[in-house]
Ligand binder design. Sequence first.
Ligand SMILES: Cc1cc2nc3c(=O)[nH]c(=O)nc-3n(C[C@H](O)[C@H](O)[C@H](O)COP(=O)(O)O)c2cc1C
Length: 192
Amino acid sequence: MNKMYDIIVSRRTVRQFRPESVPRLVLERIVEAGRLAPSAANLQPLEFILADEDAVRREVFPCLKWAAYIAPAGNPAPGREPTAYVIVLANTQVREKGFEYDVGAAMENMILAGLTEGVASCWLLSVDRDRLREIFTVPVTHKIDSVLALGYPAEEPKVEELKDSCRYWKEADGTFHVPKRKLKDLIHYGKF
Ligand SMILES: Cc1cc2nc3c(=O)[nH]c(=O)nc-3n(C[C@H](O)[C@H](O)[C@H](O)COP(=O)(O)O)c2cc1C
């Protein structure tokens, strides 16, 4: 075990955040980790909008859908909203299709980079892209792919062994539980 491995295997999506803002420098380091992610053919079609000011955060929040299996119970509670967002764009003039692999790599890089600084996050694909395009005046040349919601964590979701359902759940005390398939059900040694 080493520190990086520990961060990777203990990473959990967080949807409740403390109100302290994340310093701009830390947020820039997170985006930097996204910028340097692997990119197919090294085309680097991704661009990033960093949104951490109060007024814009208030506009972004209603564009996001949280924890669909248990909605609305998984929504950030009032005062527990994310304190920053990275909106990940694909420049279709650089790459029209197939940029989603790059998005995946950049998102995971940013998620893990955040955790090295104590910053938790939630990757959101269920977002109101039309409204986000208006808020950030995104040109038609750029697709809005994902949003990374960030902040200091106010919850500690627990990983569970998946039994009969992949649905996550929340206990009455607010603890979030995330079932994961067992390694022995997914790993094939030598042949299928
Ligand atoms: C591509 C992708 C899209 C996701 N979109 C959302 C979303 O729109 N809203 C949300 O609350 N969580 C979203 N998530 C977070 C997943 O719900 C979460 O990763 C999953 O439940 C497993 O939990 P874990 O990240 O703690 O392992 C998304 C995750 C991925 C990888």
